[in-house]
Write a protein that binds this ligand. Structure first.
Ligand code: NAD
Ligand code: UDP
Ligand code: UDP
Length: 338
């Protein structure tokens, strides 16, 4: 009963509009690009736990083998060191495309969002795989609509310091929709809002990881600007559940995936103090250019069409990353002979 996978996929997809899990006659085979990173490694854990075959593609730009080392002996898991800016040939059923230099410190000089996304869409087209893009709330720029709905087109500076990231992701969304309309690729688009949890990069400059690491190291918490800008913070397990629901649902999106609980940076600093060290102090620093003043997802669309909503509030999620950060900071210090 062998059929070319692309044929099988298309047939099932067109009949039911759903991922035909279980009809492959074998376990679904799934690629996760960027799977050695923070979000990717948690996604891989979920897919492996439910019995899928998972191939991770990662160039370890910001990802780490440590995030996946517990899977190395597992015959259903495979890790390929590869830069998605270069073409690759694989045969799979679903592609979760997360590879991206995702933080302000790392993303500036890298064409991953455009070239990497193009290659993964080309791959999806050739083999008839379903393709999920992890886009970002940054596509809304410094939003003039609050909270942001998926229908909002955004307020983005095309030539600013953040442009490589936000315009890169906007281009990635455009490419995904073009492959969907022009080549019939089954795409899914997630617009992810600020997410935190264990395995976040220690040194990539995002606010939650900075504050948590600073509080553990007994350093002042660095608040940029006046600290009144807002963000909405989502715990990583909520995001992973949303990504899987989106991949397996019938809707292209885009869908906002985020936690609507909105905090100023000063409020976040307070929660970090309550959780880790009430004596932590605050140090004000100049803010970066084009920093969005506020951000909060409207998630009605995901609630209605994906039956998804986040479950973990900030005060419950933050303690869950503290142990992981403590251990990693301790190991770092030991590595330095301290
Ligand atoms: P991360 O930096 O931990 O993970 C990104 C992974 O991609 C890393 O493992 C990195 O090594 C890999 N990578 C980067 N460039 C690559 C390339 N050219 N080829 C192969 N691998 C490459 O970041 P994350 O927070 O896990 O983000 C995952 C995805 O979610 C990204 O696409 C990001 O834009 C999106 N996102 C994340 C957040 C968030 O708050 N974490 C918010 C919005 C969107
Ligand atoms: N691609 C890839 N793996 C594949 C198929 C395509 O990496 O299995 C890359 C390919 O090298 C190209 C990109 O995806 O750079 C877009 O492919 P597509 O076939 O859509 O465009 P074309 O090659 O026709 O310009
Ligand atoms: N920020 C801060 N202190 C830090 C790092 C960031 O006050 O040590 C602020 C930053 O200026 C921004 C907010 O926190 O207003 C969120 O920044 P992050 O880089 O985490 O996410 P993004 O700007 O991509 O939403």
């Amino acid at each position: 009963n062998f059929l070319p996978r692309s044929g099988l996929n298309r047939m099932a997809g067109s009949r039911t509009g759903r991922v035909p899990v279980g009809i492959y006659g074998r376990r679904p085979r799934i690629v996760v690009t960027g799977g050695a990173g923070f979000v990717g490694s948690h996604l891989v854990d979920k897919l492996i736990a439910r019995g899928d075959d998972v191939i991770v593609i990662d160039n370890f730009f910001t990802g780490r083998k440590e995030n996946l080392v517990h899977l190395f002996g597992n015959p259903r898991f495979e890790l390929i060191r590869h830069d998605v800016v270069e073409p690759i040939l694989l045969e799979v059923d679903q592609i979760y495309h997360l590879a991206c230099p995702a933080s302000p410190v790392h993303y500036k000089y890298n064409p991953t969002n455009v070239m990497g996304t193009l290659n993964m869409l080309g791959l999806a087209k050739r083999i008839g795989a379903r393709f999920l893009l992890t886009s970002t709330s940054e596509v809304y720029g410094d939003p003039l609509e609050h909270p942001q709905k998926e229908t909002y087109w955004g307020n983005v500076n095309p030539i600013g310091e953040r442009s490589c990231y936000d315009e890169g992701k906007r281009t990635a969304e455009t490419l995904a929709m073009d492959y969907h309309r022009g080549a019939g690729v089954e795409v899914r688009i997630a617009r992810i809002f600020n997410t935190y949890g264990p395995r976040m990069c220690l040194d990539d400059g995002r606010v939650v990881s900075n504050f948590v690491a600073q509080a553990i190291r007994k350093q002042p918490l660095t608040v940029y600007g006046d600290g009144k800008q807002t963000r909405s913070f989502q715990y990583v397990s909520d995001l992973v559940n949303g990504l899987v629901a989106l991949m397996e649902g019938e809707h292209v999106g885009p869908f906002n995936l985020g936690n609507p609980g909105e905090f100023t940076m000063l409020e976040l600093a307070e929660v970090v103090k309550e959780t880790i060290d009430s004596s932590a102090t605050i140090e004000y620093k100049p803010n970066t250019a084009d920093d969005p003043h506020m951000r909060k997802p409207d998630i009605s669309k995901a609630k209605e069409l994906l039956n998804w909503e986040p479950k973990v509030p900030l005060r419950e999620g933050l303690p869950l990353m503290v142990n992981d950060f403590r251990n990693r900071i301790l190991n770092e210090d030991e590595g330095k002979g301290m």
